[in-house]
Ligand binder design. Structure first.
Ligand SMILES: Nc1ncnc2c1ncn2[C@@H]1O[C@H](COP(=O)(O)OP(=O)(O)OP(=O)(O)O)[C@@H](O)[C@H]1O
Ligand SMILES: [Mg+2]
Length: 244
């Protein structure tokens, strides 16, 4: 089957610094792809390139059957089909949880205000926050804010969700509730690429795992095989470090 998104030979440099040196990744519809790797290996840069937040220096990105790397002025329209969740939530502080979620559907998609707010309420229930519609970000825990951020991304009905270390800024006790929501979405068939150090999540929810090192994919395998003792030495060493 054709992948939903496929990047081939993806390159990205910042001046003389080659951050991505020919990355090949793809994700099929309904798949959860987990990306791991040492700090500085290019994971965030990869997500930002896939989402067209950064212009690439070479290679191809095919999304929904279309080469999007040279999208130019159409980039914002394409980006709307890709939801992104960041480490630091980045909610609008002056808007309630419900309004954070309903804003883009109303402003960007021109959705009817009442319909958008109804759908936002439904999404809040989906991320297990049915009673928080009127709460402002400052009144929510980190884990709750991140779940609102996930609902906000889902509100645009993206074909693909990108998560960049969505739990690494959270207190340990709220990490689980965010991972739980992400796992439920994966089980429902939402397509996602998840950069994370949460190997428990990767074992439970990932279909495939990609290990990045120095701007390239050093190893990729179905999750069960990735975590088996057949993994290459370099991967085993990295897993040993982060799971210690
Ligand atoms: N806007 C930028 N300008 C210059 N260099 C950058 C920029 N963004 C990232 N880099 C460099 O690119 C490299 C990869 O960074 P990136 O943030 O993609 O790594 P990462 O794998 O996400 O790391 P971490 O696990 O720490 O989040 C680093 O050397 C970083 O300093
Ligand atoms: Mg990063």
């Amino acid at each position: 089957m054709t992948p939903l998104l496929a990047a081939a030979g993806l390159r990205k440099s910042y001046g003389p610094l080659e951050v991505l040196r020919g990355v090949d990744v793809d994700v099929a519809r309904g798949e959860c792809l987990v990306v791991i790797g040492p700090s500085g290996s290019g994971k965030s840069t990869l997500l930002r390139c896939l989402n067209l937040l950064e212009p690439i220096s070479g290679g191809r990105i095919v999304f929904q059957g279309e080469d999007i790397a040279e999208a130019g002025r159409r980039a914002p329209e394409i980006r709307r089909r890709i939801g992104m969740v960041f480490q630091n939530f980045e909610l609008f502080r002056h808007l309630s949880a419900l309004d954070n979620i309903a804003l883009a559907p109303i402003r960007v998609k021109g959705e009817d205000r009442r319909a958008a707010r109804e759908r936002a309420q439904h999404l809040l229930a989906k991320v297990h926050l049915p009673d928080k519609s009127d709460a402002f970000p400052d009144e929510l825990s980190g884990g709750q804010q991140q779940r609102v951020a996930i609902a906000r991304a889902l509100a645009m009905e993206p074909a693909l969700m990108l998560y960049d270390e969505p739990t690494s800024a959270l207190d340990p006790e709220t990490v689980g509730e965010v991972l739980q929501v992400m796992q439920e979405l994966a089980e429902e068939g939402s397509t996602s690429i998840v950069v994370t150090h949460e190997m428990g999540f990767a074992r439970r929810a990932a279909d495939r795992v990609v290990f990045m090192d120095a701007g390239a994919v050093a190893h990729a395998a179905p999750a069960a095989r990735f975590f088996s003792n057949e993994a290459p030495e370099r991967v085993a060493r990295f897993l040993g470090k982060i799971e210690a």
